[in-house]
Design a protein around this ligand. Structure first.
Ligand code: SAM
Length: 289
């Protein structure tokens, strides 16, 4: 299928012919540069032995580059019209292309439970779906060695944040537990059709050899980070008191946790660093056992 993916005119004609239009609801903005797509696939590091999941393929621009590398691609697409183009036209002859139609936020998990972790995950994800999708994969421990996503810059800033930064959040901590995350490059809105109102970034996520949080500490770590970032303006003490940790160990327990982990009760979560979150998780795990 030799489609001119970089041409808004060709895309417009195809959509007209199929009676389709770009939907804002599904965050449909197609990337118009093959050079950028090639760069993304190069960062992803794909070869013919790999099972690759692509979330939100649209009409298959990035998919085509993945298939050219002979990877086995499973594409998750919600838009029925795009699915029709993908399966009956674009990749109808490709044995190493498989389409899962539906909401990727729901369809990924049954496949993961059946087939295990893929070698790579990638996608050019709409804003609302991007962060939830990544969080779901991480929470579900679907952790391939490498993932590359194009995201709204605001989301990539959260993923790459460091302690003390206003973007430092429970999402940052969840993601950095298992991955080293890097913003590879940014893409101007003009590189998309139609142009979105926001800048985008391409991020790489490379799995750590060893997670920053031990498996035994993970449940208390998740409790602690969710409580601590529940209301950013509140102190760590008040967030723990009004959260699940407070419900588990009570006021005295919360005071003991802060005391033993050496964290000042008046701090805000965004001021805490990794060693402090780990200390809080360790003491919470011990005192709530
Ligand atoms: N991959 C194409 C590209 O790079 O040009 C399209 C990217 S476009 C930003 C996002 C794609 O994700 C659209 O095709 C949209 O229909 C799809 N999408 C949006 N929400 C989705 C969801 N929950 N599950 C699966 N696909 C979704």
């Amino acid at each position: 299928w030799n489609f001119a993916y970089d041409s808004p005119i060709a895309i417009g004609k195809l959509l007209d012919r199929e009676g389709l239009s770009m939907s804002k609801k599904f965050g449909q903005n197609f990337l118009l540069s093959n050079q950028v797509r090639e760069h993304i696939v190069q960062i992803l590091g794909v070869d013919e032995t790999m099972k690759v999941w692509e979330i939100g393929p649209g009409i298959g621009a990035l998919t085509k580059v993945l298939i050219a590398k002979q990877a086995s691609v499973t594409a998750f697409e919600i838009d029925h019209g795009f699915c029709r183009i993908l399966s009956s036209e674009a990749f109808c002859d490709d044995a190493n292309f498989r389409l899962i139609e539906g909401d990727a936020l729901k369809t990924w998990e049954p496949l993961f439970l059946k087939e295990g972790v893929p070698d790579r995950i990638c996608g050019n994800l709409p804003y609302n779906v991007g962060s939830i999708c990544i969080a779901k994969l991480l929470e579900g421990q679907c952790l391939p060695p490498r993932m590359v996503f194009t995201l709204q810059k605001e989301v990539s800033d959260r993923l790459c944040a460091t302690a003390g930064d206003k973007n430092w959040s429970s999402f940052t901590l969840l993601a950095q537990t298992d991955y080293i995350i890097k913003t590879e490059f940014t893409i101007n809105s003009g590189a998309f059709y139609p142009a979105p109102n926001v800048m985008s970034s391409v991020i790489s996520m490379v799995k750590r050899d060893k997670p920053l949080v031990d498996a035994a500490l993970r449940p208390s770590f998740l409790l602690v980070i969710r409580d601590l970032f529940a209301q950013r303006r509140k102190t760590v003490k008040n967030n723990l008191l009004s959260g699940k940790v407070g419900a588990l160990v009570g006021r005295e327990g919360v005071e003991a946790i802060l005391e033993e982990s050496g964290v000042a009760p008046s701090k805000r979560a965004e001021q805490l660093d990794w060693p402090q979150f780990l200390a809080l998780s360790e003491v919470t795990s011990r005192l709530s056992a």
